[in-house]
Design a protein around this ligand. Structure first.
Ligand SMILES: *Cc1c(COP(=O)(O)O)cnc(C)c1O
Length: 497
């Protein structure tokens, strides 16, 4: 059967309740079982260890783009989600999209406003949500979807996670006050920035449980693993996660590529490129999905920091995850990854959706050899997927932050600076380049200071949004526990829903 066989004619009818295709998902490792959206929503890995992807990408034509161009962000989100979700009634899905993408939560009516920096170079702000980083874009929707699906099933969930900053706070702000959900978030005691601690620990919602572990981030992660590996405990206490491999998170992120395209162009035949600061390959994987749907994207420029696992792959065809010891602590910390957990999704598409070959690389070669190299022919195919890549160092970040301020009077954060640096290496005349702004500079004040030290100074002061001013002075709610999985389990038992 052709993978296209189940598509609606225009990729459009779904949201009107006609010609609804069966939105089905398969695993990147070859398990042929197809699953519905609601089945995979609350899950992590597929049962064969792979990642879920739609059985086919719905195609969007010029007429559909024309219809979508004038839509509000929430309505655009509804249209795109509708193509991938057929087991939530359209009226409910529309309500969830509108409850998520509001000016009150994201600060502007455009939700992800695009600003021109200079001729041909644009910045799309994904960082105006509650935690000032792009993870809010997806996590806020996930909060709505989880609450909806759990209520529908009459179930509840205890989300357990470990964080050194961004992901944990995005999850807490998305799940706070949600019925049927408790969040237990472990963080290394005293090791997050004062602002990050204040952001998380000041939440007073009864369903949010901050646990400061006497140890480092790896200890927190080990405890999460230990608890999750206790299958009896996991089942009994309905332990779940909100990690970056969740398909719904990726799907939510597809929307802002469309929103960015509409803002940077006037017609639906123009092409644009995106530059994307990358860590776990989640953000840019959503760009890949948008491009597969037919959004006119010329290049997807992947930007890494000194942790250049992905840049190395795109340049050489070799994927070589790093050890903890080889992973650098950088001034763009949310991109300090040793392996890219969403990367398997792209490789599956690159290999012509060959599940057996993807499995051989990701479950066999990785375990046996610590990495793999794709063939020359496979590497040559990367260009047809639009991907290019580059790397940025601490010195590059400082120069980019300073230069962008001097040229355009726009202050960017360290992650966005990585994206801007690589964007400039891939500019093409006549093709607007949109850099995704993934965090606000207020979160990285020390590096901003450093960028303007000496004759370039004084440093501009990053603006702190009104909602977060004075946050350090608020009362805090958190427990301190030793790095001991048994004690964390006992804590969950006494607090869980
Ligand atoms: C998570 C994060 C990234 C990287 O996104 P991935 O989806 O992991 O590629 C970049 N910048 C910031 C600020 C982030 O929080």
């Amino acid at each position: 059967m052709s993978p296209q066989a189940s598509l609606p004619p225009e990729g459009a009818g779904a949201s009107r309740g006609v010609a609804r295709r069966e939105a089905q998902y398969l695993s990147t490792r070859g398990d042929p079982t197809l699953r519905g959206f609601s089945d995979i929503l609350l899950e992590g890995l597929a049962t064969d260890g792979g990642l879920y992807l739609p059985a086919s990408y719905p195609k969007v034509d010029v007429a559909t783009l024309a219809r979508w161009r004038g839509l509000s962000y929430a309505d655009l989100a509804f249209e795109i989600l509708s193509l991938y979700i057929d087991d939530i009634p359209p009226a409910d899905l529309k309500r969830l999209a509108h409850a998520t993408y509001t000016e009150a939560v994201f600060g502007t009516p455009a939700i992800t406003p695009v600003a021109q920096l200079e001729e041909g170079l644009y910045l799309q702000a994904l960082s105006n949500g509650p935690t000032l980083a792009f993870k809010d874009m997806a996590m806020q929707l996930l909060g709505q979807l989880f609450e909806y699906e759990l209520a529908r099933r009459g179930e509840h969930l205890n989300i357990l996670g470990a964080t050194s900053g961004d992901t944990g706070s995005a999850a807490e702000y998305a799940m706070r006050g949600k019925r049927g959900i408790h969040v237990f978030m472990l963080s290394p005691h005293g090791r997050m920035s004062p602002f990050q601690q204040a952001q998380m620990f000041s939440l007073q919602d009864a369903n949010i449980h901050n646990i400061a572990i006497e140890g480092v981030f790896d200890d927190c992660q080990d405890i999460v693993k230990a608890v999750s590996n206790d299958l009896e405990f996991k089942r009994r206490w309905k332990i779940g996660t909100v990690n970056s491999i969740n398909w719904a998170r990726l799907l939510a992120q597809v929307v802002y590529y469309f929103a960015g395209y509409f803002q940077a162009t006037k017609s639906n035949t123009e092409r644009v490129s995106f530059a994307v600061p990358s860590g776990n390959f989640g953000n840019i994987c959503a760009g890949h999905v948008a491009r597969m749907m037919g959004l006119p994207i010329q290049r997807l420029a992947l930007a890494t920091n000194e942790n250049d696992v992905l840049d190395e792959f795109f340049r050489t065809g070799t994927y070589r995850p790093r050890s903890t010891a080889e992973t650098h602590e950088t001034s763009s910390p949310s991109m300090d990854i040793s392996k890219a957990s969403n990367f398997e999704r792209f490789v599956f598409d690159l290999l012509g959706r060959d599940g057996a070959r993807t499995k051989a690389l990701f479950s066999e070669a990785l375990a046996r050899d610590g990495g793999f190299t794709i063939t020359r022919e496979e590497h040559a195919r990367i260009a047809s997927f639009g991907f290019v890549s580059g790397k940025s160092t601490h010195a590059d970040r400082l120069a980019t932050i300073r230069g962008t301020w001097q040229r355009s009077r726009r202050l960017v954060d360290t992650h966005t600076a990585d994206g801007l640096k690589v964007a400039r290496e891939h500019l093409e005349p006549g093709v607007p380049m949109i850099v995704l702004e993934t965090a606000l500079p207020a979160k990285f004040a020390a590096t901003i200071e450093e960028a303007f030290a000496g004759p370039a100074g004084p440093a501009p002061v990053p603006e702190v949004p009104a909602t977060l001013r004075g946050i350090e002075a608020l009362p805090r709610r958190f427990a301190v526990l030793p790095a001991d999985a048994a004690l964390v389990k006992r804590h969950i038992e006494t607090q869980a829903g």
